[in-house]
Design a protein around this ligand. Structure first.
Ligand code: GLU
Length: 416
């Protein structure tokens, strides 16, 4: 997908990689190997719709780098999905799993579709159809998919069922499953929770008192709504949120519990009466302490970056800030906590789910949250310290740490 800077998203990710590769003085061969995916597959998924017609959907799975372990990454159902987007997101997973030091490589999958226009029955067919087309390149020790945008525990249950039909009962083939089918406690809210653990730690570095802070969250899906809930619990005033239908703003603060209930009843937050209505674009430019883009990529770009008024940006979405915007924000001294640490809570708890599945053992929620907090907080601290010591942005520092780990593993295997 071309983002608003008119740069293809994968090119954007590769440029971020190049910046860190320059710092590390990486060889041309290493750059080539690490910039491009190991394997990509495109599949057709023909589905008989409820109205009797056939429709063919395009699906992808890109395995970017597997030096550090089995490939890992979510599957996205969205109309913007194409091979370029999946490639970029797969590479980000390589750096994400490396930067938080969990034993996985990076992958991503997606199906180009509009899930809002599909019935439950059609979604089930699509999920199972997708898995049946990629089952030969995935496996509990090969590549482990998970939820991403518009996919959830139910979709994972369908995919696990399809895989198990051919390969025998295999809980560890996907993570993010329902608790009743081998899912982990805490996985569903892990990305939002992890994001807030990072913010808690980072607030010390940027002189923000969370109990006196204001925050704005763009996107109210799984990640955004959980981040809102946990930010409120930390005492932050959530003054603006949005979903695909629009944004709402109340400078006194929104009641997130009430808002979650409102969404359950109305399917959107955009019509919530106790707030002013805005567009998504306007929301991003409002004054606040912490801005959390938690929706699509490329929403902060060269045009609106000069108008952002937040004191700190935290990338709960993947790649919400373009490289051109990144430069502008750096010049304006607005720190950005990059996606590969800010939203790593999801894949960290996916790792815990995988470990539990392989051991046929269950950890309770307190243990999961304790382990998540420890891991993500330490990873953030390492990035912050490295950035300070080397005068780098947090993003470049995170990439450098991730790349170093992948290069080391790759060298040890004798590949470069
Ligand atoms: N889709 C999530 C991400 O972008 C989670 C991936 C996973 O749990 O494997 O990090």
């Amino acid at each position: 997908m071309a983002i608003q800077d008119k740069v293809k998203i994968n090119e954007n990710t590769q440029l971020l990689f190049e910046k860190a590769a320059d710092f590390l003085n990486l060889s041309e061969e290493a750059r080539f190997l690490l910039k491009n995916p190991y394997r990509e597959i495109s599949v057709q998924i023909p589905i008989k719709l409820d109205n009797g017609q056939f429709k063919v959907f395009n699906g992808y799975r890109v395995q970017h780098n597997g030096s550090r372990g089995p490939y890992k990454g979510g599957i996205r159902f969205h109309p913007s999905v194409d091979i370029d987007e999946v490639r970029a997101l797969a590479a980000l997973m390589t750096w994400k799993t490396a930067v938080v030091n969990i034993p996985f490589g990076g992958a991503k999958g997606g199906v180009n579709c509009d899930p809002k226009k599909l019935s439950i029955n059609e979604l089930e067919k699509l999920s199972k159809g997708y898995m049946s087309k990629i089952d030969l390149v995935v496996g509990p020790y090969r590549d482990i998919p998970a939820p991403d945008m518009n996919t959830n525990a139910q979709v994972m249950a369908w995919m696990m069922t399809e895989y198990s039909k051919k390969h025998g009962h295999t809980l560890a083939i996907v993570t993010g499953k329902p608790i009743a089918l081998g899912g982990s406690y805490g996985r569903e809210e892990a990305t939002g929770r992890g994001c807030v653990y990072v913010i808690k730690e980072a607030s010390k570095d940027f002189g923000i008192d969370l109990t006196k802070s204001t925050c704005i969250i763009q996107g109210f899906g799984n990640v955004g709504s959980n981040a809102a809930k946990f930010m409120e619990e930390e005492g932050s005033k959530v003054i603006g949120v949005s979903d695909v239908q629009g944004a709402i703003y109340n400078k006194q603060g929104l009641d997130i519990k009430e808002l979650l209930k409102y969404r359950e009843e109305h399917g959107t937050i955009s019509t919530y009466p106790k707030a002013e209505k805005l567009t998504n674009e306007e929301l991003l430019e409002l004054e606040c302490d912490i801005l959390i883009p938690a929706a699509l990529e490329g929403v902060i770009y060269y045009d609106n970056a000069p108008r952002i008024k937040a004191k700190l940006i935290v990338e709960a979405a993947n790649a919400p800030v373009t490289i051109r915007a990144d430069k502008i924000l750096e010049e304006r001294k607005i720190p950005v906590i990059p996606d590969i640490i800010a939203n790593a809570g999801g894949v960290i708890v996916s790792y815990f789910e995988w470990v539990q599945n392989l051991q046929q053992f269950t950890w309770d929620l307190d243990e999961i949250n304790f382990k998540l907090k420890k891991k993500i907080t330490k990873s953030y601290r390492d990035i912050y310290n490295y950035a300070k010591e080397n005068n780098l942005s947090l993003r470049t520092a995170a990439f450098v740490i991730g790349i170093q780990r992948v290069v080391e593993a790759t060298k040890l295997r004798g590949w470069i």
